[in-house]
Design a protein around this ligand. Structure first.
Ligand SMILES: [Zn+2]
Length: 299
């Protein structure tokens, strides 16, 4: 599972084109299945432990500019999971603010120290058992997160509503409503997506808005998130979408019902632990485990 790529300076778990190339060579090109072969084997229950596929989430321009040339060099076809809000001039606020933090601060800790003072939260929340459980759970999945990155996610995902948290960040960065700068190079365009399809890559669903609290939405809103996403992608690609990845790894049984009703045949999660309440790592075609490249490349 890949997210951000960098040219010169590493940021927010990003990797370089050399890292990607090394990884492909280490895995071995012959083990990497194309999305269509993945689908075929998935339907016939013929996926084996040594099979691997490459997936890219979040419609990031850096994937197009830095990772795509490497995929082309090795003739590897991959999955790209797209949140369509960013193709219509909208913002994926989560990514937008993380990029903004990265461009304005030397490191995340420096940012978080000032932000924590700005939002004035009672520090006792970080002593609470709820926080400790949240932290341990997150570290199980993403062992490289620092304390301030975990606290940021806790405030974002558990303490504030999505809108309130974004408003706090906008106030912190002194942004007026509708004022977005530095966005042009964050996400791919519709033309980029079209080009990925022309090159034989597969585009999958990732919800329209990429909500950080997706599972807390009503079933109707979850359904809308996926139907709008599917319609917009199919309008660009002229192909039926058959695959998805759960936004920020968030899904529940409603989600799986919705995906089935939309003729989605397989979906990916964002960690490689056994899902809660299940006995095996890949309990169904809608819960394929993935390994974050940051965990694979960790020093
Ligand atoms: Zn995502």
């Amino acid at each position: 599972m890949f997210h951000r790529f960098h040219d010169k300076q590493k940021y927010l778990g990003s990797i370089s084109s050399d890292n990607l190339e090394d990884l492909i060579l280490n895995i071995g090109e012959s083990r990497i299945l194309s999305p269509l072969e993945w689908k075929d084997r998935c339907k016939k229950h013929k996926l084996e432990n040594h099979h691997v596929c490459l997936t890219f989430d979040d419609c990031l321009k850096s994937q197009y500019e830095i990772a795509l040339p490497i995929l082309e060099k090795y003739s590897i076809k991959a999955f790209f999971f797209i949140q369509t809000v960013v193709l219509d001039g909208g913002l994926d606020y989560n990514e937008y603010f993380l990029q903004k933090i990265n461009s304005q601060y030397d490191n995340f800790d420096t940012f978080f120290n000032s932000f924590e003072k700005h939002i004035i939260v009672d520090n006792d929340i970080f002593l609470d058992n709820k926080y400790i459980i949240y932290k341990n759970d997150l570290l199980d999945k993403f062992s490289l997160y620092s304390e301030s990155e975990i606290r940021y996610r806790y405030l974002r995902n558990r303490i504030f509503s999505f809108d309130d948290f974004n408003n706090e960040l906008a106030r912190f960065f002194s942004l007026n409503e509708d004022e977005h700068d530095e966005c042009d190079d964050i996400w791919m365009t519709k033309q980029d997506i079209k080009q990925l399809v022309n090159l034989g890559h597969t585009i999958g669903l990732h919800t329209h808005n990429h909500n950080i609290n997706f599972t807390q939405l009503s079933k109707e809103l979850k359904f809308n998130e996926y139907t709008v996403n599917k319609e917009k992608i199919e309008n660009i690609t002229d192909e039926k979408v058959w695959v998805s990845s759960h936004p920020l790894g968030l899904y529940d049984s409603d989600t799986i019902d919705i995906l089935k009703s939309l003729d989605i045949e397989c979906s990916f999660r964002s960690n490689n632990l056994i899902p809660e309440g299940k006995k095996i790592i890949n309990p169904s075609n809608f819960e394929f485990a993935r390994n974050d490249v940051a965990n694979i490349l960790k020093p």
